[in-house]
Design a protein around this ligand. Sequence first.
Ligand SMILES: [Fe+2]
Length: 381
Amino acid sequence: MTTISLYNPGNITFGRGSIDQLVKDDISSGRKRVFLISAEAVLVKIKKQLNALQNSGIIVHTDTSLQNEPSFNDVERILAEARDFMPDTVAGIGGGSVMDLAKLIAVFTTFKEPVKNYVGSGCITERRTHLVCAPTTAGTGSEASPNAVIFDETDNTKKAFISPWLIPDAAYIDPSLALGLSAYITAYTGIDALTHCIETFANKKAHPLTDTLALKGITLITENLLKATKNIQDIQPRISLSLGSLYGGICLGPVNTAAVHALAYPLGNDYKIPHGLSNAILLPYVMEFNLGAAEEKYAAIAEAIGIANNTTRRIMAIKGIAHIRRLIEDCGLPVTLHDAGIKTSSIEKMAISAMEVKRLLNNNLKEVTLKDVIDIYQHAL
Ligand SMILES: [Fe+2]
């Protein structure tokens, strides 16, 4: 067994009303200046909590300007605002984009060097500003991961920052914040979380320390995603999805994802398809590609989904992939690249771009060549 290190937020608060605990903890901490990154729709939901913070004498500077997945321009623009404000706490309350941005703002508020100099794994070695995150979707698991992904406008690719310093000091997972999220966004963010669990479990770096969480995440998400999309105000499936997403996020640190994510990134770069949706389109196709090398892992995933273990491991694995494909379809998500508006003429360029994501392709159970990537995209057309 290999040795891995699992870094988690210093404090994880999970359950309905967790957002109230964020307020209590911040007030009792004695910190006085909160730079809050969020979205207008979220501010409406947390109005009471924001008032409580401000009534306690804490100054809250709110930025809701992020509209899409964050770019380096967004980081620099919001960083300038944060440096002027000089926060002692950065809070990210929102989806994965908001939390990823908040992580980098917390690190670089007190740094002078260009943010781009720190792209990569282990390049960030310090953070002086307290960082708290609260997800409002059940998707990226960013509240528990050491990752932040930023779009680079200069070369049209996504760049990843990976460091234990990007793990929040405290994470507050309040499933009620996701209530009312549209069925469509619920579906693709949920498939992103499912992909984290699948790709960290069926992975060259998979480890028993995270396997249990990943499998449980797969069970929770596959049992509850459709329910959450059918009734967007039902708290019960939201609780399960939030937990599954958290488990996936915890697994991302020591293991990280593999070929699905590597092939998904170019869809976001060139076509601005949301991260979760890109994964949702590609997940079944990449699983089919991996089948020969991942038979046992995928059979275990099928068991976690609840498929009766009464046949060969290969057939179990195939049934598991079919179940996941059906789930994606039943959730109303596009199931081909064509459905998502991607043209045949883009495939070669996207494949070359995907091959650059070696840090994730290297994790894949089956070796992936440029020709393989082109073939997978063509199957997915
Ligand atoms: Fe993801």
